[in-house]
Design a protein around this ligand. Sequence first.
Ligand code: XIL
Length: 371
Amino acid sequence: MSKQKIVTVASLAILWIGAAPCAGGQDVPALKDVFQDHFLIGGAPNRTVVTGRDPNAAAIVEKHFNTITAENDLKWQLIHPRPDRYNWEPADSFVAFGEKNRMSVIGHCLVWHAQTPRWVFQDDSGGEITRDALLARMKDHIMAVVGRYKGRIKGWDVVNEALDEDGTLRNSPWRRIIGEGSEDQKYDFIECAFRWAHEADPDAELYYNDYNLETSKAKCDGAIAIVKHFKSKGLRIDGVGIQLHGGLTHPSVEGLEYAITSLAAAGVKVMVTELDIRTQARGYRGADISRVSRANTDDPAAAAAETQKKLADKYAEIFSVLLAHKKDITRVTFWGVYDKTSWIGGSPLLFDRNGQPKEAFFAVVKAARQQ
Ligand code: XIL
Protein backbone atom coordinates (compact mmCIF):
# COMPACT_ATOMS: atom_id res chain seq x y z
CA MET A 1 0.00 0.00 0.00
CA SER A 2 1.34 3.45 -0.90
CA LYS A 3 1.98 5.97 1.84
CA GLN A 4 -0.85 8.12 0.51
CA LYS A 5 -3.32 5.23 0.61
CA ILE A 6 -2.34 4.44 4.19
CA VAL A 7 -2.97 8.05 5.16
CA THR A 8 -6.38 8.01 3.39
CA VAL A 9 -7.44 4.77 5.11
CA ALA A 10 -6.29 6.14 8.45
CA SER A 11 -8.23 9.38 8.00
CA LEU A 12 -11.36 7.49 6.98
CA ALA A 13 -11.04 5.34 10.09
CA ILE A 14 -10.71 8.45 12.24
CA LEU A 15 -13.76 9.98 10.56
CA TRP A 16 -15.76 6.79 11.15
CA ILE A 17 -14.81 6.62 14.82
CA GLY A 18 -15.67 10.30 15.14
CA ALA A 19 -19.09 9.64 13.62
CA ALA A 20 -19.93 6.76 15.97
CA PRO A 21 -22.76 7.96 18.23
CA CYS A 22 -21.49 9.08 21.58
CA ALA A 23 -23.18 7.74 24.68
CA GLY A 24 -25.80 9.94 26.23
CA GLY A 25 -26.86 11.35 22.83
CA GLN A 26 -24.90 14.16 21.22
CA ASP A 27 -27.79 16.25 20.02
CA VAL A 28 -30.35 15.67 22.71
CA PRO A 29 -30.97 18.08 25.57
CA ALA A 30 -29.39 17.35 28.93
CA LEU A 31 -31.92 16.09 31.46
CA LYS A 32 -30.47 18.37 34.11
CA ASP A 33 -31.35 21.38 31.91
CA VAL A 34 -34.78 20.03 31.06
CA PHE A 35 -35.63 19.61 34.76
CA GLN A 36 -33.68 22.60 36.03
CA ASP A 37 -36.70 24.46 37.35
CA HIS A 38 -38.38 21.35 38.72
CA PHE A 39 -36.13 19.03 40.73
CA LEU A 40 -32.65 17.53 40.81
CA ILE A 41 -32.22 14.63 38.41
CA GLY A 42 -29.70 11.86 38.83
CA GLY A 43 -28.52 8.31 38.56
CA ALA A 44 -26.76 5.61 40.53
CA PRO A 45 -23.35 4.96 39.02
CA ASN A 46 -21.27 2.05 40.19
CA ARG A 47 -17.51 1.71 40.49
CA THR A 48 -16.83 1.24 36.77
CA VAL A 49 -18.23 4.71 36.11
CA VAL A 50 -16.19 6.70 38.59
CA THR A 51 -12.98 4.83 37.80
CA GLY A 52 -13.37 5.50 34.06
CA ARG A 53 -13.74 1.83 33.10
CA ASP A 54 -17.18 2.49 31.63
CA PRO A 55 -16.83 5.67 29.55
CA ASN A 56 -20.36 5.25 28.11
CA ALA A 57 -21.88 5.48 31.56
CA ALA A 58 -19.59 8.33 32.59
CA ALA A 59 -20.60 10.33 29.49
CA ILE A 60 -24.29 9.92 30.37
CA VAL A 61 -23.80 10.83 34.02
CA GLU A 62 -21.70 13.90 33.23
CA LYS A 63 -24.06 15.19 30.57
CA HIS A 64 -27.43 14.51 32.15
CA PHE A 65 -27.26 14.33 35.93
CA ASN A 66 -26.75 16.86 38.71
CA THR A 67 -27.02 14.36 41.55
CA ILE A 68 -25.57 10.88 42.09
CA THR A 69 -26.11 8.04 44.55
CA ALA A 70 -23.57 5.21 44.78
CA GLU A 71 -25.26 2.00 43.67
CA ASN A 72 -23.31 -0.08 46.19
CA ASP A 73 -20.08 1.44 47.45
CA LEU A 74 -21.39 3.10 50.60
CA LYS A 75 -23.30 0.06 51.82
CA TRP A 76 -22.03 -1.54 55.02
CA GLN A 77 -20.82 -4.72 53.32
CA LEU A 78 -18.64 -2.76 50.93
CA ILE A 79 -17.40 0.09 53.07
CA HIS A 80 -17.00 -1.77 56.39
CA PRO A 81 -16.47 -5.42 55.52
CA ARG A 82 -14.79 -6.46 58.78
CA PRO A 83 -15.06 -5.09 62.32
CA ASP A 84 -11.64 -3.47 62.17
CA ARG A 85 -11.52 -2.64 58.48
CA TYR A 86 -13.06 0.17 56.47
CA ASN A 87 -12.67 0.09 52.70
CA TRP A 88 -12.72 3.81 51.91
CA GLU A 89 -11.18 3.97 48.48
CA PRO A 90 -14.27 3.25 46.28
CA ALA A 91 -16.48 5.61 48.28
CA ASP A 92 -13.78 8.29 48.29
CA SER A 93 -13.55 8.15 44.48
CA PHE A 94 -17.34 8.24 44.17
CA VAL A 95 -17.60 11.37 46.31
CA ALA A 96 -14.67 12.99 44.48
CA PHE A 97 -16.31 12.22 41.11
CA GLY A 98 -19.51 13.94 42.25
CA GLU A 99 -17.62 16.97 43.52
CA LYS A 100 -15.57 17.25 40.36
CA ASN A 101 -18.80 17.38 38.36
CA ARG A 102 -20.48 19.74 40.88
CA MET A 103 -23.24 17.25 41.68
CA SER A 104 -25.28 16.77 44.84
CA VAL A 105 -23.87 13.57 46.30
CA ILE A 106 -26.28 11.27 48.15
CA GLY A 107 -25.20 8.63 50.68
CA HIS A 108 -26.93 5.24 50.45
CA CYS A 109 -27.32 3.77 53.03
CA LEU A 110 -26.43 3.47 56.72
CA VAL A 111 -28.79 0.96 58.34
CA TRP A 112 -30.37 -1.83 56.30
CA HIS A 113 -31.00 -5.55 56.77
CA ALA A 114 -29.44 -6.43 53.39
CA GLN A 115 -25.83 -6.07 52.18
CA THR A 116 -24.79 -5.96 55.82
CA PRO A 117 -22.18 -8.50 56.92
CA ARG A 118 -23.27 -11.24 59.30
CA TRP A 119 -20.64 -10.29 61.88
CA VAL A 120 -22.53 -7.07 62.61
CA PHE A 121 -25.18 -9.08 64.45
CA GLN A 122 -22.83 -11.60 66.09
CA ASP A 123 -20.65 -11.60 69.18
CA ASP A 124 -17.11 -13.00 69.29
CA SER A 125 -18.32 -16.58 69.72
CA GLY A 126 -20.79 -16.36 66.83
CA GLY A 127 -23.89 -16.00 69.01
CA GLU A 128 -26.38 -13.17 68.74
CA ILE A 129 -24.97 -9.85 69.90
CA THR A 130 -26.65 -7.92 72.75
CA ARG A 131 -28.81 -4.85 72.21
CA ASP A 132 -26.22 -2.53 73.74
CA ALA A 133 -23.36 -3.98 71.71
CA LEU A 134 -25.35 -3.69 68.48
CA LEU A 135 -26.23 -0.07 69.24
CA ALA A 136 -22.56 0.66 69.93
CA ARG A 137 -21.61 -0.95 66.62
CA MET A 138 -24.24 1.06 64.77
CA LYS A 139 -23.01 4.25 66.36
CA ASP A 140 -19.36 3.57 65.49
CA HIS A 141 -20.28 2.83 61.89
CA ILE A 142 -22.44 5.92 61.45
CA MET A 143 -19.97 8.26 63.15
CA ALA A 144 -17.11 6.91 61.01
CA VAL A 145 -18.90 6.93 57.64
CA VAL A 146 -20.99 10.10 57.96
CA GLY A 147 -18.11 11.82 59.75
CA ARG A 148 -15.65 11.05 56.97
CA TYR A 149 -17.81 12.78 54.36
CA LYS A 150 -19.05 15.59 56.59
CA GLY A 151 -19.97 18.62 54.52
CA ARG A 152 -19.51 16.68 51.26
CA ILE A 153 -22.56 14.41 51.19
CA LYS A 154 -25.79 16.39 50.89
CA GLY A 155 -28.11 13.79 52.37
CA TRP A 156 -28.17 10.24 53.69
CA ASP A 157 -30.60 7.36 53.37
CA VAL A 158 -30.18 6.76 57.08
CA VAL A 159 -32.51 3.79 57.31
CA ASN A 160 -33.47 1.69 54.31
CA GLU A 161 -36.46 -0.65 54.02
CA ALA A 162 -37.48 -1.00 57.67
CA LEU A 163 -41.14 -1.67 56.84
CA ASP A 164 -43.16 -4.68 55.78
CA GLU A 165 -45.88 -4.41 53.16
CA ASP A 166 -48.57 -3.94 55.83
CA GLY A 167 -46.77 -0.94 57.29
CA THR A 168 -45.52 -2.64 60.44
CA LEU A 169 -41.82 -2.88 61.17
CA ARG A 170 -39.98 -5.60 59.31
CA ASN A 171 -38.60 -8.32 61.53
CA SER A 172 -34.98 -7.53 60.69
CA PRO A 173 -32.07 -8.28 63.02
CA TRP A 174 -31.95 -4.54 63.79
CA ARG A 175 -35.47 -4.52 65.11
CA ARG A 176 -35.31 -7.96 66.71
CA ILE A 177 -32.12 -7.30 68.66
CA ILE A 178 -32.58 -3.64 69.50
CA GLY A 179 -36.25 -4.18 70.23
CA GLU A 180 -39.28 -2.01 69.95
CA GLY A 181 -39.56 -1.16 73.63
CA SER A 182 -42.55 0.83 74.84
CA GLU A 183 -44.90 2.68 72.49
CA ASP A 184 -42.73 5.75 72.91
CA GLN A 185 -39.68 3.77 71.80
CA LYS A 186 -41.42 2.02 68.96
CA TYR A 187 -38.86 3.10 66.41
CA ASP A 188 -35.87 2.83 68.69
CA PHE A 189 -33.24 1.64 66.20
CA ILE A 190 -34.46 4.09 63.56
CA GLU A 191 -34.35 6.94 66.05
CA CYS A 192 -30.84 6.05 67.21
CA ALA A 193 -29.58 5.90 63.63
CA PHE A 194 -30.98 9.34 62.82
CA ARG A 195 -29.66 10.88 66.05
CA TRP A 196 -26.12 9.65 65.36
CA ALA A 197 -26.20 10.64 61.70
CA HIS A 198 -27.24 14.13 62.80
CA GLU A 199 -24.49 14.22 65.40
CA ALA A 200 -21.88 13.18 62.82
CA ASP A 201 -22.93 15.84 60.28
CA PRO A 202 -25.46 18.38 61.58
CA ASP A 203 -25.84 19.92 58.11
CA ALA A 204 -26.60 16.71 56.22
CA GLU A 205 -30.18 15.97 55.25
CA LEU A 206 -31.55 12.72 56.67
CA TYR A 207 -33.96 10.45 54.84
CA TYR A 208 -36.01 7.31 55.38
CA ASN A 209 -36.05 5.23 52.16
CA ASP A 210 -38.28 2.31 51.07
CA TYR A 211 -39.90 0.51 48.14
CA ASN A 212 -43.60 -0.03 47.35
CA LEU A 213 -44.66 3.16 49.11
CA GLU A 214 -46.36 4.02 45.82
CA THR A 215 -48.14 0.67 45.48
CA SER A 216 -49.08 -0.19 49.08
CA LYS A 217 -51.11 2.41 50.94
CA ALA A 218 -50.55 0.50 54.19
CA LYS A 219 -46.77 0.62 53.73
CA CYS A 220 -46.86 4.31 52.84
CA ASP A 221 -48.93 4.93 55.99
CA GLY A 222 -46.22 3.10 57.92
CA ALA A 223 -43.63 5.57 56.60
CA ILE A 224 -45.92 8.47 57.51
CA ALA A 225 -46.20 7.08 61.05
CA ILE A 226 -42.39 7.15 61.32
CA VAL A 227 -42.32 10.77 60.14
CA LYS A 228 -45.06 11.80 62.58
CA HIS A 229 -43.30 10.03 65.44
CA PHE A 230 -40.08 11.90 64.65
CA LYS A 231 -41.87 15.23 64.37
CA SER A 232 -43.70 14.69 67.67
CA LYS A 233 -40.35 14.13 69.39
CA GLY A 234 -38.65 17.03 67.65
CA LEU A 235 -36.18 14.72 65.88
CA ARG A 236 -34.66 15.58 62.55
CA ILE A 237 -36.01 13.88 59.45
CA ASP A 238 -35.82 15.80 56.18
CA GLY A 239 -37.31 13.51 53.63
CA VAL A 240 -38.73 10.18 52.60
CA GLY A 241 -37.40 8.40 49.55
CA ILE A 242 -39.88 6.56 47.37
CA GLN A 243 -37.61 4.04 45.64
CA LEU A 244 -40.10 3.51 42.78
CA HIS A 245 -38.97 0.27 41.23
CA GLY A 246 -41.94 0.17 38.88
CA GLY A 247 -43.18 -2.00 36.02
CA LEU A 248 -45.05 -1.52 32.75
CA THR A 249 -48.37 -1.65 34.63
CA HIS A 250 -47.48 -0.21 38.01
CA PRO A 251 -47.59 2.01 39.98
CA SER A 252 -50.99 3.53 39.31
CA VAL A 253 -51.32 7.29 39.10
CA GLU A 254 -53.51 7.21 42.24
CA GLY A 255 -50.98 5.18 44.21
CA LEU A 256 -48.11 7.49 43.32
CA GLU A 257 -50.17 10.61 44.03
CA TYR A 258 -51.26 9.23 47.38
CA ALA A 259 -47.65 8.60 48.38
CA ILE A 260 -46.40 12.02 47.30
CA THR A 261 -49.23 14.09 48.74
CA SER A 262 -49.59 12.25 52.04
CA LEU A 263 -45.84 12.19 52.74
CA ALA A 264 -45.56 15.88 51.89
CA ALA A 265 -48.53 16.64 54.14
CA ALA A 266 -46.67 14.94 57.00
CA GLY A 267 -44.03 17.65 56.61
CA VAL A 268 -41.11 16.09 54.74
CA LYS A 269 -39.50 16.49 51.36
CA VAL A 270 -40.37 13.71 48.95
CA MET A 271 -37.87 12.24 46.55
CA VAL A 272 -37.86 9.42 44.04
CA THR A 273 -34.64 7.67 44.83
CA GLU A 274 -34.28 4.50 42.73
CA LEU A 275 -36.44 4.88 39.64
CA ASP A 276 -36.55 2.09 37.08
CA ILE A 277 -39.35 0.32 35.22
CA ARG A 278 -39.07 -3.42 34.74
CA THR A 279 -39.98 -4.49 31.23
CA GLN A 280 -40.45 -8.16 32.14
CA ALA A 281 -44.13 -9.09 32.06
CA ARG A 282 -43.66 -12.10 34.34
CA GLY A 283 -41.83 -12.90 37.51
CA TYR A 284 -41.19 -11.19 40.80
CA ARG A 285 -42.34 -7.55 40.82
CA GLY A 286 -40.96 -6.15 44.07
CA ALA A 287 -37.56 -4.78 45.01
CA ASP A 288 -36.48 -7.28 47.68
CA ILE A 289 -32.88 -7.88 46.59
CA SER A 290 -32.90 -11.47 47.87
CA ARG A 291 -35.47 -12.23 45.16
CA VAL A 292 -33.81 -10.47 42.23
CA SER A 293 -30.96 -12.21 40.40
CA ARG A 294 -29.33 -12.17 36.97
CA ALA A 295 -31.01 -15.53 36.29
CA ASN A 296 -34.54 -14.21 36.74
CA THR A 297 -34.11 -10.82 35.11
CA ASP A 298 -33.55 -11.98 31.53
CA ASP A 299 -36.06 -10.39 29.14
CA PRO A 300 -36.09 -11.54 25.49
CA ALA A 301 -38.81 -8.97 24.60
CA ALA A 302 -36.94 -6.01 26.08
CA ALA A 303 -35.84 -4.48 22.78
CA ALA A 304 -39.16 -5.02 20.94
CA ALA A 305 -40.83 -1.85 19.66
CA GLU A 306 -44.02 -2.70 21.55
CA THR A 307 -42.12 -3.02 24.83
CA GLN A 308 -40.27 0.25 24.27
CA LYS A 309 -43.56 2.03 23.49
CA LYS A 310 -45.13 0.74 26.71
CA LEU A 311 -42.03 1.77 28.61
CA ALA A 312 -42.13 5.27 27.15
CA ASP A 313 -45.84 5.60 28.00
CA LYS A 314 -45.27 4.51 31.60
CA TYR A 315 -42.35 6.89 32.03
CA ALA A 316 -44.45 9.73 30.55
CA GLU A 317 -47.24 8.97 32.99
CA ILE A 318 -44.93 8.80 36.00
CA PHE A 319 -43.18 12.05 35.07
CA SER A 320 -46.46 13.87 34.48
CA VAL A 321 -47.41 12.97 38.07
CA LEU A 322 -43.99 13.99 39.41
CA LEU A 323 -44.12 17.30 37.54
CA ALA A 324 -47.66 18.02 38.69
CA HIS A 325 -46.39 17.63 42.28
CA LYS A 326 -43.02 19.26 41.76
CA LYS A 327 -43.50 21.64 44.68
CA ASP A 328 -43.18 18.62 46.99
CA ILE A 329 -40.44 16.77 45.09
CA THR A 330 -36.80 17.71 45.43
CA ARG A 331 -35.03 14.96 43.51
CA VAL A 332 -35.59 12.13 41.04
CA THR A 333 -32.80 9.55 40.78
CA PHE A 334 -32.71 6.63 38.35
CA TRP A 335 -31.36 3.34 39.70
CA GLY A 336 -28.38 2.79 37.47
CA VAL A 337 -27.27 4.74 34.41
CA TYR A 338 -28.13 2.72 31.30
CA ASP A 339 -29.70 -0.65 30.53
CA LYS A 340 -26.48 -2.61 30.26
CA THR A 341 -25.64 -2.37 33.93
CA SER A 342 -29.11 -2.29 35.47
CA TRP A 343 -29.58 -4.60 38.46
CA ILE A 344 -33.07 -5.55 37.27
CA GLY A 345 -32.21 -6.68 33.70
CA GLY A 346 -34.43 -6.10 30.68
CA SER A 347 -34.65 -2.52 29.48
CA PRO A 348 -35.70 -0.43 32.47
CA LEU A 349 -33.91 2.92 31.99
CA LEU A 350 -33.85 5.86 29.56
CA PHE A 351 -30.63 4.85 27.78
CA ASP A 352 -30.17 1.58 25.89
CA ARG A 353 -27.37 -0.95 26.17
CA ASN A 354 -25.13 1.23 23.99
CA GLY A 355 -25.87 4.35 26.01
CA GLN A 356 -28.21 5.85 23.40
CA PRO A 357 -31.39 7.69 24.44
CA LYS A 358 -34.51 5.55 23.97
CA GLU A 359 -38.12 6.44 23.19
CA ALA A 360 -38.63 6.67 26.95
CA PHE A 361 -36.00 9.44 27.13
CA PHE A 362 -37.89 11.57 24.60
CA ALA A 363 -41.19 10.87 26.36
CA VAL A 364 -39.76 12.20 29.61
CA VAL A 365 -38.37 15.33 27.93
CA LYS A 366 -41.76 15.91 26.28
CA ALA A 367 -43.55 15.55 29.62
CA ALA A 368 -41.32 18.29 31.05
CA ARG A 369 -41.89 20.61 28.07
CA GLN A 370 -45.64 20.21 28.37
CA GLN A 371 -45.57 21.62 31.89
C1 XIL B 1 -29.15 -3.18 44.51
C2 XIL B 1 -27.98 -2.93 43.56
O1 XIL B 1 -28.46 -2.23 42.43
C3 XIL B 1 -27.35 -4.23 43.14
O2 XIL B 1 -26.18 -4.00 42.37
C4 XIL B 1 -26.99 -5.06 44.38
O3 XIL B 1 -26.50 -6.32 43.98
C5 XIL B 1 -28.20 -5.24 45.28
O4 XIL B 1 -28.74 -3.97 45.61
N1 XIL B 1 -33.21 -1.28 46.98
C6 XIL B 1 -32.10 -0.58 47.38
C7 XIL B 1 -30.85 -0.68 46.60
O5 XIL B 1 -32.20 0.22 48.32
O6 XIL B 1 -29.70 -0.55 47.41
C8 XIL B 1 -30.76 -1.99 45.84
O7 XIL B 1 -29.61 -1.95 45.01
C9 XIL B 1 -32.02 -2.20 45.03
C10 XIL B 1 -33.24 -2.24 45.91
